[in-house]
Design a protein around this ligand. Structure first.
Ligand code: MTE
Ligand code: MO
Length: 339
């Protein structure tokens, strides 16, 4: 059993698939706290969880012109300043079970919990790429508008030895504002095994699939990742396309995700007492765009907030707008907690 070495999991997680392991926190636990506790953070694995011995771990970084680096975990921690960012990760399949009620969709039947928020710590991908010889004009010499890319590979591999992989545009990787991390900490602890121990990519505001876990290699390339998950999955199509007519080459790979929101309490079909009712939920937008308004019947109390990323709040209880300080948010990719 290739999954025999998978780590233990929290019993409260709602499991969509055991092998590979895919699970989400129950809605009411997701909005109990602004940062999702590590053991409740949704997990999306395509393959068995690799066992990595931190002492012998090496990250390979391939820059332009054949230049490369091999970094131990200690070197990654010591050579590059630690940067922290609060960011929400969402799987492209979040809320698929609701979509399937409108029209059947292929894929894991996620409820509303394939989204979670953490405080991530690690080296900036930008700093590591600069150390590998990437300059701000890398990719400018193609003579056309084609973007360059940064390709990532994981240490998890299928039976044929092919690893999980994905890529992001080089422009995002080099942008200081985009805050792309090679993360080794999650909520102040080392990464849990399910979330990429010892190092993962963390791309704020972008579909979870690009935040490659158990990171083995980073390579600057004129082309996107050749991986199945970049080329033949995680793309969006119009409603007339179905699984029999799909041409994956015809659509761009998903990067930034659009706005998303869901109500976590009460759940659909729940019996509720007459009178005033507190409704809880979350709102988030990809690409670092602000959530400027959330409305329910009678409005989201507290009104407009400057949510860069993720907010959780209650409708009807008041005070959404002032319970989350800018101090905690700053220019980050997380929103705030409201009541
Ligand atoms: N990285 C590797 N190496 N293998 C994977 O299966 N899954 C991706 C991404 N990175 C995956 C991966 C997908 S589709 C998502 S949504 C996120 O990891 C989920 O991250 P999490 O499990 O930490 O929530
Ligand atoms: Mo995903």
């Amino acid at each position: 059993d290739p999954f025999a070495g998978d780590p233990p999991r929290h019993p409260a997680l709602r499991v969509n698939s055991w092998k590979p392991f895919n699970a989400e926190p129950p809605p009411e636990l997701l909005t109990r706290s602004f940062l999702t506790p590590n053991e409740l953070f949704f997990t999306r694995n395509h393959l068995p969880v690799p066992s990595v011995e931190p002492g012998s771990y090496r990250l390979r970084v391939e820059g332009p012109g054949g230049r490369s680096l091999s970094l131990s975990l200690a070197e990654l921690r010591q050579r590059f300043p630690k940067h922290e960012v609060t960011a929400t990760l969402q799987c492209a399949g979040n809320r698929r079970s609701e979509m399937s009620r409108v029209r059947p969709v292929k894929g894991l039947a996620w409820d509303i919990g394939a989204i979670s928020t953490a405080r991530w710590g690690g080296a900036r991908l930008r700093d590591v790429l600069l150390a590998a010889g990437v300059g701000d004009n890398t990719g400018d010499d193609t003579g056309d508008d084609n973007e360059w890319h940064v390709c990532f590979e994981g240490l998890d591999a299928d039976a044929s030895g092919t690893p999980y992989g994905a890529s992001i545009p080089l422009k995002r990787a080099l942008s200081a504002e985009a805050e792309v991390l090679l993360a080794y900490e999650m909520n102040g602890q080392e990464l849990p095994r399910d979330h990429g121990f010892p190092v993962r990519v963390l791309v704020p505001g972008v579909v979870g699939a690009r935040s490659v876990k158990w990171l083995r290699s980073v390579a600057v390339s004129a082309a996107e990742s050749p991986s199945h998950w970049q080329q033949k999955d995680y793309k969006g199509f119009c409603p007339s396309v179905d699984w029999d007519s799909v041409d994956f080459g015809a659509a761009p790979a998903i990067q930034e995700l659009p706005v998303q929101s869901a109500i976590t309490e009460p759940r659909p079909g729940a019996a509720v007492p007459a009178g005033e009712l507190t409704v809880k939920g979350y709102a988030w937008s990809g690409g670092g765009r602000e959530v400027v308004r959330v409305s329910g019947d009678g409005g989201w109390a507290g009104g407009v907030g400057e949510l860069m990323g993720w907010g959780i709040g209650e409708i009807g209880g008041g005070k959404w707008g002032n319970e989350w300080g800018m101090g905690e948010m700053g220019n980050e990719w997380g929103g705030g907690l409201g009541k």
